[in-house]
Design a protein around this ligand. Structure first.
Ligand SMILES: C[S@@+](CC[C@H](N)C(=O)[O-])C[C@H]1O[C@@H](n2cnc3c(N)ncnc32)[C@H](O)[C@@H]1O
Length: 191
């Protein structure tokens, strides 16, 4: 949570689109994002039942971690911060709740701990990210999140229309520099 205090710097009100965080847990980082951008619509998506989609690329996570929360706990924190620009999405994102969001995304914070979970979110988001938008990955380079580090390193080779930055807080940050016509997908190599 302390690592996320710089999030406000990442919010750019002049980039069109909502803010989306996937991986909310009790709402700490989501609350910071919402308070940093009161004029934006903010979506905070979590199963509120713990981490999902663990696989062999994830060396520590087995699934179900961080289940010690609820939508009520996150709502309570948001209410105490008077963050009323937020909508909570309960369920696996994007599989169960991606359809709840229409329009572009200006800032996407991915804090989900496993490779496949993060990859599915990126696939969903790519066609929705305008020039200037950002994807921020939590836990890049952290031992416990080998799957996230692996995915970010793969994306650094695949995402040709993004600049990449890394800060020592463990944030891997992609900034969209161009949008290509046609398919925007990881598999196509055109994104
Ligand atoms: C490390 S916690 C998030 C911590 C939070 N960002 C903070 O700093 O307080 C990871 C969360 O990701 C959620 N999660 C993982 N994959 C998900 C997915 N595909 N859809 C929704 N929630 C997911 C888990 O339920 C868990 O609460």
């Amino acid at each position: 949570m302390l690592r996320a205090l710089g999030f406000g710097q990442a919010v750019n009100q002049y980039i069109d689109g909502a803010i989306l965080e996937v991986g909310v847990w009790r709402g700490g980082t989501g609350c910071l994002l919402a308070m940093s951008a009161p004029e934006k619509s903010v979506y905070l998506a979590d199963t509120f039942e713990g981490v999902v989609k663990p696989g062999e690329k994830d060396t520590c996570y087995l699934g179900g971690e961080h289940a010690d929360t609820s939508a009520q706990i996150a709502s309570g924190l948001l209410a105490s911060a008077r963050a009323d620009n937020v909508r909570l999405l309960k369920g696996i994102f994007p599989d169960e709740t991606g359809d709840e969001i229409q329009g572009p995304i200006s800032l996407l914070h991915i804090d989900v701990d496993t490779y496949q979970s993060a990859k599915d979110i990126v696939e969903w988001a790519l066609p929705r990210l305008p020039v200037g938008s950002k994807i921020i990955f939590d836990d890049y380079g952290f031992y416990e999140c080998a799957g996230i580090t692996r995915l970010v390193n793969e994306l650094r080779k695949l995402l040709h229309n993004f600049d990449f930055f890394y800060n020592l807080n463990g944030h891997g940050i992609f900034v969209r520099t161009r949008v290509c016509a046609g398919t925007t997908a990881l598999a196509s190599g055109v994104n």
